[in-house]
Design a protein around this ligand. Sequence first.
Ligand code: AMP
Length: 285
Amino acid sequence: MEVLTTVAEMQQLSRSMVSRGSSIGCVPTMGALHPGHASLIKKSAEDHPVTVTSVFVNPTQFGPTEDFSSYPRSLDRDIKIVAENGGTHIFAPSVSEMFPGGYSTEISVGAIADVLEGASRPGHFAGVATIVCKLLNAMLPHEVYFGQKDYQQTLVVRKMISDLLIPVRVSILPTIREQSGLALSSRNQYLTSEQMLKASTIFKALAEGSKIIKQGATVYAKEVELAMQTILGLEADLEVEYAVCVDPHTLAVMEQISKSRGAALLIAARVGSTRLIDNVIIEAQ
Ligand code: AMP
């Protein structure tokens, strides 16, 4: 497993692979890899002879009171997981490599980045869009893989890639979950086993919301939101930030759910001091 740490060596490797006829898949991550990340690496490895996994805890997407310094870091373990899943390279640059002194450009994606996570975490998506753009310019992949777990992030990144004409294909893969339904997340490491159980209420609420939509002939977004909030409200130690049923393309508020458009059910909640997000998407029919 080759671990590259500079942008220059990363770009050189990608260019030489391409000149030898290899296609390149890449999986941007913040490390502390789990089976959710592994599913993306595995798919890229099936699709491309070269799969680069980036491991970079990006300071610019964390707010001043968030967990940047305590975010789990485990590069040695990550290297093993990447290898076990068919990844060929890791790109693990330092913060100063990605943000050298004097750096000032930032990508602002617009409306899709301002609601929900964007409203709760000001500046978060500018940080995400900018680092994804920079990582793509360093790894020069043909295809980039993201998880549906971070649904709004997939919309923000797709918009940035499309608006900036970045020549890369985007693939979004399903959320990998614990048996309880809890979405795997590097931040689950912060939870006790009791908190893990409480956190699984988030998926129970999403499952109930999606059941109501699938079973009803005429369904209003408000009734789905109320049903999700009721289930979340039964778990006293869960502090709900939002639990919404919105348009899956724009994240705009909807009144009645249209089968031809589908819906996005999105929840953010805290268990203790750990903030978790999850979603279920009802596909258009
Ligand atoms: P992160 O390391 O949290 O920035 O995540 C890196 C990538 O892995 C993102 O595209 C995430 O959406 C994806 N990811 C995180 N958790 C999961 C999961 N449980 N299932 C599938 N993909 C995931």
